[in-house]
Design a protein. Structure first.
Lengths: 310, 310, 310, 310
């Protein structure tokens, strides 16, 4: 397609939504965070915002859900803005490969996580924000509300509590990194910030709106406010492209062809630079921990329209 | 930038070329293939072809060099065209992570290479072509000449011989895959095809021209001939984006932001979909085995112009 | 040698001691536990106890030192006595191979440590004792005092504190095992038991005396009291033989040929079944974390006398 | 037991043999070497030779079988005799840990195999013998016949052929080591020597007799001829103890408590220094590739008699 063609996004997303809805019952709701299991697993929402201020939605697009790992992109955005390229002494930008070696890689790489989109990397980002900000949790929430242009976005204390109660693997990761000297602050406080961010709740509509600046070279196209520099904005997208889906990053890039990020709450956000941001949500996950319907929707959506970066 | 602005590519590449030229002496010529060491290490060329048929060059852009691993993209193109998605039973689309686990991943994944851009994956692609074609080496060369629109492109028998004489690691890989049943043909013949393809020689100008179809959704923009379907073309680009630079794939995506592929001969090719293909060449390599000046050129080029997919 | 020859142990150990003393200054005192660095690094003691009640000593054989990982054998002894072979559902008996994969092995083996002589394995043993005993720390100390026939053996609270202050890697291990369900009790309490046992202090004379039952098929040869059954005693020795020296276990078996265990405090204890127990101590460690002089002493001692199990 | 008690070996082995015979049908004959599958899987033999020249047998103790990896001990014996401790620059003495990382360890350790009892290590030993001997295959056979005191021991050409036809993994190993410079001779010739040694056939009686020198500090107790020095003999036993059973070495040491070596033909040989050598054979293997009945027999035999080194 060429940019001069007006795209009938509403028709396209409704059409794809109908096809994907029929895939009922596949996948599993995330089982390891107790609080996330109470959700109605059949819900499915999609929302798309374009740079010119239009937006298009279908299904449960206005229901709040736990954005979980999607918040890693927002953590990175604030830390990158604050610290610039000094960040990359503490965390890499390479995909992590297979899941079975997450810990061995951390050992092999002397406590430097592969990228900021995996748990270890986002924990390091939290540690950096702890060192830089006087009220990291409050300032991080304020930052999200600002780029979302929505003062009601908030943490969910029950989810924070639930994550802490089963956070053994994250505690293992942060202690291993501390052993290598790559954590500077109090472990419990860093994990509290990390789990708080995981608990942020948004609707598809809010999530899509929040990521719009990454589709516009770092500038919010509605408020015209610059969130990140051109170069940093492109680089955050690049990291999402290669690292946003754990060990399914290659598969997502292959099938969908957009920079994006998923969370175990069943949400996925993706951006098409110069065009739009899109958020999908459905709680059942595939074996790799990414929303089953969300992945299918985005694959069909970009394959059918050719609306990918490649 | 918007597509309506005419970009003064010649001025930009000359400007960036001048900056990068000053980085003389950094990096090392690939030492493990004896024949490749005879090259003049100071050479440095750049060539860019746009979809409208214009092309722009600077430096040693008309000197032949060994394209090495860049041929993996051409092998994939023909095999994907022939086999379609049945290919993915034999090879994956995920980045390979750190180099130290190439063999353990092959063991862990029961002989299925992570992607077609690493040696093991390209060897499987060669095995597939051996099974499908009556004269795989001849047909593969004919295919390259066709998409290059250049009947003089050829193998270099001395380089083939040189690669064979030190090909122990590739022999280890193919035998391990054969032990898992993922190689069907005679091992020596498959390796001969693989090494032959590595030895293909092109100039920057020829290489850039050859990859133009991947910047145009699978259609050669000059001859209007379709080489690959839209969807397959986008997916080959996606695989280059996540897997094209071994364990520096994330770094290249982060710094350059274009789908691309490098070879140990010092060549790098990249495409900007809807815009252009570009080839750079300089024999000295950085620690990850990618052209030192080539990487720097592309980083400055896309950072300065904003001409990346993100 | 045959058992009927009387061996002049005093002369032999003095002779070997003199040779090894000349190796002054090699190796490094353990640096990662702050409290252990205050020790005089030149100290070197040896003590040997035979089954018939004789004992022989040289050098600093009556100076207290931190037995550290040597206590893992005593933890195993009590747990094996209490639990019998049900123990092996929670921990293995295989050597751990290279150090770099301690964590990946724990992941690969779903939280089951390779053996009770590595940190992860001893932590699981502590967890088992926590579940079985009403006062695990007190009862474990009482057990050690009983087999040592010495009521003055004790923990060193400063060392406990020092280990806790830097115990990030052990905290990582226990959390990872907890994530796999292989830790049942409160993490802080289990680690407190573990660090307490590491802090136990003995002299060479006391340590050698304590291990005498393992040289006599599980019976203290002086008091005639059975500590462990014949079969269990042999199996504890077998585990020391294959797993007692981390990734230098093969080297120790190769050079010394006795079942033994080392600690980062610089102590090593070994037993020759049917013959004797021997303890050596010198704080400087080789690169693998085992006492430099202790290893040399035992190698020369068994090579010169042929007094090994092989 | 003490050495002055005469042990009624014949009664003991018959008694244990009877118990183990009832375990019919468990385990699987090695499937990956085609020629080994033709054997009658129910066969089960035991033979024990003491230092004083007595010997005791039961079952199929006079039937020839393929000794396979047991020959690794004989390769090591000759190479160690010839080269002494310079050997250890090319191969280590540490257990290999889990099977899944055999190749990654070889990569991590830059082509130096962990020990001479795994395939990679024995292949390096073959390479060393190739460099040292004018007729390595002939001289190696002559050496075996000499220590066996039996001129009829021979290779089985059909088994050599069968191993070659499926030797992809070994070809992978040798090529990887060659890539690291740890193989000096022609790959095909080294592998031919290696496969030839795997094909050697012996009966239990012959095998037990052959290993008697390792139970007697390196001297054949019958001919009084020295095969290896005292120190080297003890060290070969030490290597068998920690490395003789792949990733079940700890288990064998734990259950049986003797230095020993197994082969996928279903044979196991073990020695009790100062006492005896024993060979057992039964073709069905457990999951770790060691004879099911052989392991059980030796476990019951040493547990019942206390005849272990610990």
């Amino acid at each position: 397609m060429t940019q001069s063609d007006p795209v009938d996004y509403q028709r396209i997303i409704e059409n794809v939504y109908a096809k994907v809805t029929s895939l009922e019952g596949k996948g599993q709701v995330a089982h390891y965070i107790p609080e996330l299991q109470h959700v109605d697993a059949t819900q499915f929402g999609v929302h798309l915002n374009t740079l010119d201020g239009s937006d298009f939605g279908v299904g449960s697009n206005q229901t709040k859900f736990s954005i979980q790992s999607i918040s890693k992109v927002l953590l990175l955005t604030l830390a990158y803005k604050e610290r610039g390229d000094t960040l990359w002494k503490r965390v890499g930008v390479e995909p992590s490969g297979t899941p079975f070696n997450s810990l061995v890689q951390l050992e092999h790489d002397c406590g430097i996580p592969r990228n900021p989109m995996i748990n270890a990397g986002a924990i390091v980002i939290c540690d950096i924000l702890m060192s830089d900000l006087s009220d990291p949790k409050g300032e991080m929430l304020a930052f999200i509300r600002e780029i979302a242009q929505n003062s009601k976005i908030d943490f969910n204390p029950k989810v924070i509590q639930s994550e802490k109660s089963v956070g053994y693997r994250n505690t293992a990761l942060i202690n291993l990194m501390r052993a290598f000297g790559n954590i500077e602050n109090d472990i419990d406080q860093v994990l509290n910030l990390y789990f708080s961010l995981c608990s942020v709740e948004m609707t598809c509509q809010e999530l899509s709106r929040t990521f719009l600046f990454l589709a516009n070279d770092g500038i919010d196209p509605i408020t015209k406010q610059r969130i990140l520099s051109l170069s940093k904005s492109k680089r955050v997208n690049a990291i999402m492209q290669t690292c946003g889906f754990y060990d399914e990053a290659g598969e997502f890039t292959f099938r969908v062809g957009l920079p994006g990020k998923s969370g175990v709450g069943g949400g996925i956000v993706a951006v098409h630079p110069e065009h739009f941001a899109i958020a999908v949500w459905s709680p059942r996950l595939n074996k790799k921990g990414n929303s089953y319907k969300g992945m299918k929707f985005l694959e069909l959506f970009t394959t059918q329209t050719g609306l990918s970066v490649f």
